[in-house]
Design a protein around this ligand. Structure first.
Ligand code: GMT
Length: 369
């Protein structure tokens, strides 16, 4: 198949899933055309069957806000016709689904598009009064809709009163790549110290402040350090809090990292105390590297973690329970190892070889309707 994929190219779960999907599809013999304003961040080497088409926006004095979503539609329509695409798959409803809808009207070639909802496009952006109607319209006009968890599907049905079918296709991980690497211990870890890890785009929903507070409670009892990977709007506040709590020596800000496997491999525990997480790709990648996860029972994270012995989920405000659970895991080597093994086993349920074919089957189903 010739598949067009549009996503946000910057750091974030939706861009990561879209890019990994494109890579996996190309590996399976499909031709993939990425259409976006920048090269997706995980597309960092050459792949034979992957092409990138950059959307350029026109700077013009009259345009206070250059109309990116229109430029995107125009580029999508151009690629649909010139490359003879079979299907277009857009990730993140706003504005990608609306742009895809317009592109299908402009293109000469008749084409269908699938929209994958990732979470904040529904719960934060789409739910905002200014975007509500256009998000609902774009969902209803998509020829196929996938959601990354049962929870996101329910929320979308409820918020937008969607009656049509939506398919749940979970996030996936390449377990062959995301596995504990046998590298040297981080040189900043002293003998006997354990490492707590968090990866995110440092948005308010990730509650970096709570990551740091949980770490403080653990650090008061056990020798450990915290590694924060990523960057974003909460970085300044996070640095201030670390300073204020006297943790500067023990917290390592790694910034954005392209290859997190070697860093994750050093970890003993992963924290994801988000106030909302439609799936929790970062946790899945940690599980795959054999790291137990402590997260929140909001959204899809609960579907991934609860009942598999690979971690614990709590209400977002329950810092005491999260800290207690973290101390429990890190102070019992046997438990830590058993949970690490369970983590890896649970991640295998989401292996790309199981999940990616579901997208391909869904494309076929949509095209055959
Ligand atoms: O986590 C983010 O803030 C980024 C966001 C995105 O859309 O880029 O991630 C969402 O999509 C991921 C991939 O499907 C999910 O694993 C994340 O749980 C989801 N984030 C939230 O719901 C907050």
């Amino acid at each position: 198949m010739k598949i067009g994929i549009t996503c946000y190219p910057t750091y974030g779960g939706s861009g990561a899933v879209a890019t990994e999907l494109g890579i996996e599809l190309a590996r399976r013999g499909h031709t993939v055309h990425f259409i976006s304003y920048g090269l997706p961040f995980r597309l960092n080497k050459y792949y034979k069957k992957i092409f990138f088409h950059e959307v350029e926006t026109l700077e013009y004095p009259l345009f206070k806000y250059p109309p990116y979503s229109l430029s995107l539609s125009a580029k999508m329509a151009e690629i649909i016709d010139t490359e003879g695409l079979d299907i277009l798959h857009v990730h993140y409803a706003i504005p990608h689904a609306a742009s895809a809808y317009l592109a299908t009207k402009i293109a000469k070639r008749k084409i269908k598009f699938v929209t994958t909802l990732h979470g904040t496009d529904i719960t934060i952006v789409g739910n905002h009064s200014s975007f509500y109607d256009i998000t609902k319209f774009s969902i209803e006009q998509s020829h196929g809709i996938t959601c990354v968890s049962e929870h996101l599907k329910e929320v979308t049905q409820k918020i937008f009163n969607i009656k049509g079918e939506m398919k749940v296709i979970y996030n996936f991980v390449d377990t062959a790549n995301y596995r504990k690497a046998r590298t040297r211990q981080m040189n900043f870890l002293n003998k006997g110290e354990q490492l707590i890890v968090h990866v995110s785009n440092f948005r308010p929903v990730k509650r970096i402040d709570n990551v740091i507070r949980i770490f403080k409670a653990v650090r008061d009892k056990l020798e450990c350090r915290l590694m924060l990977i990523g960057d974003g709007p909460e970085m300044g506040a996070a640095r201030r809090l670390v300073h204020q709590l006297g943790l500067k020596e023990y917290v390592h800000f790694m910034g954005r990292q392209d290859n997190v496997v070697s860093l994750l491999s050093q970890g003993d525990l992963f924290l994801q105390p988000s106030t909302n997480e439609s799936f929790g790709l970062a946790s899945l990648e940690a599980l795959s590297c054999g790291i137990p996860v402590i997260g929140t029972r909001v959204g899809g994270l609960k579907e991934v973690i609860e009942g598999y012995g690979c971690g614990h989920v709590f209400f977002p405000d329950d810092l005491e329970a999260m800290s207690r659970a973290a101390i429990g895991i890190l102070s019992d080597k046997g438990l830590r190892e058993r949970m690490g093994n369970a983590a890896r086993k649970r991640a295998e349920d989401f292996d790309s070889n199981l999940i990616v074919p579901r997208y391909v089957d869904y494309y076929k189903e949509v095209l055959n309707r």
